[in-house]
Design a protein around this ligand. Structure first.
Ligand SMILES: [Zn+2]
Length: 464
């Protein structure tokens, strides 16, 4: 006969893991049983294209459920526990589909935002998803709708916007009230949210706000594990549809060896290098849309010549002027998926007298109609070498004028405002008194920075 006391102990050992809070499923540091296992109707393994893709899952907040009264809803539900449940179920689905998932947290703990940012930038995911639920200061009005936040705006952040639209679609199907994709500048003006801002050059990302935990009816739903599964499904479908469209990637090739032995970045001796964009649609059977390749050199649009389906030469004119340069570009694949905006920088060798020559010739060209664009390019090159020159105001004044002449009002205003705000003692700034008071700098997005890769055969290829 078995001793009664023994049975009690046995039952206790079996039940103990389940008697503690849902979120603490990792006991003695190994997974006894995944309480967040997905058990719904979707078959993740059928979503083949997710295999090997890197997804960062960030369940918002954590570890402050009892003290953070802004995140406690009716009945004592906390935003952070719901975020965790949905995030873990989503992660389980993605893992079952073969994706590589990195979680910012897998239990109820307080992870500083800075650490989450570092995790994303170390992991280099294909997509970042931050899971949240909203709270309203007027819960008595039954405020409850979804929203999806992206950093900046859709123009500078097209890839995040595309994902956000897909996610919102799924939220809209799940909930009664329809929501919107919103810039995180609407919440934190001037900066946006830290998690999206500090990872914006790494990968596309969005914050999902799947309804309001402050709403009584919704709080009840959020307490139900089946509803949490449905929400995880919404995220999963959005991720899957996004990745199925392909993830475009690119490289920047150059025919001259970039030299980093001096303090100048990627110094190139050849003032007439062949620069090419090597693009990858991220699709197995389709390429990119030829007409969608959009490139600018130092902010001035440049044409691209297709040398092959995946190779585009940058047509910058006869030669590059001495000084620092940056290429910025983006494109779309044939499933209309936009790439991130990319950038790459390098320096063309600077010789004695170049700076003064570029300024005087640049200003002269600016006043000659046929050479306006050339003059603008010369002045931009000069400015890259003389940011703190006491006389820089004159260069910037002429750059602003140059952009105006090529009908680029946004860049023109940007340089005028820069002159007014950053070079206050310049006599040119005085001309602008009043005109740029209260001017807000547009959202600056430098693009995901790419290495410049030396490709010696490029010159021969470009002659073909
Ligand atoms: Zn939140």
């Amino acid at each position: 006969m078995i001793n009664k006391k023994f049975i009690f102990i046995l039952v206790f050992i079996i039940l103990f893991p389940f008697s503690i809070s849902c979120s603490k499923f990792k006991i003695l540091n190994f997974r006894i049983y995944n309480l967040y296992e997905y058990e719904g109707d979707i078959k993740p393994a059928g979503h083949d294209w997710l295999k090997g893709k890197k997804i960062f899952v960030d369940p918002g907040h954590g570890g402050k459920g009892t003290s953070d009264r802004f995140r406690i809803g009716p009945g004592g539900i906390t935003e952070e526990e719901v975020n965790l449940r949905v995030g873990m179920i989503l992660g389980d689905m993605l893992e079952k589909a073969g994706a590589l998932v990195y979680y910012s947290r897998e239990k109820d703990e307080d992870i500083p935002l800075r650490d989450r940012v570092d995790m994303v930038n170390d992991f280099q995911p294909d997509l970042l998803i931050s899971l949240h639920h909203d709270g309203s200061p007027r819960p008595m009005d039954n405020v409850n709708h979804p929203s999806v936040l992206i950093w900046g705006n859709r123009k500078v952040n097209p890839m995040s916007f595309a994902f956000a639209e897909l996610l919102l679609d799924e939220f809209n199907k799940l909930m009664d009230a329809k929501g919107a994709v919103i810039s995180d500048f609407s919440v934190y003006k001037e900066t946006g949210t830290m998690i999206l801002r500090e990872t914006r050059y790494t990968c596309p990302g969005a914050i999902g706000e799947a309804g309001f935990f402050s709403d009584e009816q919704h709080a009840k739903r959020l307490n139900d594990i089946h509803y949490n599964q449905a929400e995880a499904e919404a995220y999963f479908i959005a991720v899957s549809r996004f990745i199925e469209r392909g993830l475009p990637k690119a490289e920047v090739l150059i025919s001259s060896q970039p030299d980093n032995s001096s303090y100048l970045y990627n110094l190139i001796k050849d003032a007439d290098p062949v620069i090419a964009l090597k693009v990858n649609s991220g699709l197995e059977r389709a390429g990119i849309i030829k007409e969608s390749v959009n490139a600018a050199l130092d902010g001035v649009p440049v044409k691209c010549r297709a040398a092959a389906d995946d190779l585009y030469f940058i047509d910058y004119g006869k030669r590059l002027y001495p000084g620092g340069h940056s290429i910025k570009f983006s494109f779309k694949n044939q499933r209309n998926q936009s790439s991130m905006i990319y950038s790459a920088g390098f320096t063309i060798e600077i010789k004695k007298g170049d700076y003064d020559r570029l300024i005087s010739e640049g200003i002269k060209f600016l006043n000659t109609k046929v050479k306006q664009k050339e003059g603008l390019k010369m002045l931009l090159s000069a400015y890259s070498m003389g940011l703190t020159d006491p006389d820089a105001g004159r260069v910037i004044w002429n750059i602003a004028k140059g952009f105006n002449l090529i009908a680029d009002k946004v860049n023109s205003d940007y340089y005028y405002a820069k002159l007014y705000h950053f070079y206050p003692q310049s006599k040119y700034a005085k001309n602008l008194e009043g005109r740029f008071k209260g001017y807000r700098f547009p959202v600056e997005y430098n693009g995901k920075s790419l290495k410049v890769i030396f490709e010696p055969d490029l010159k021969d290829q470009s002659r073909k």
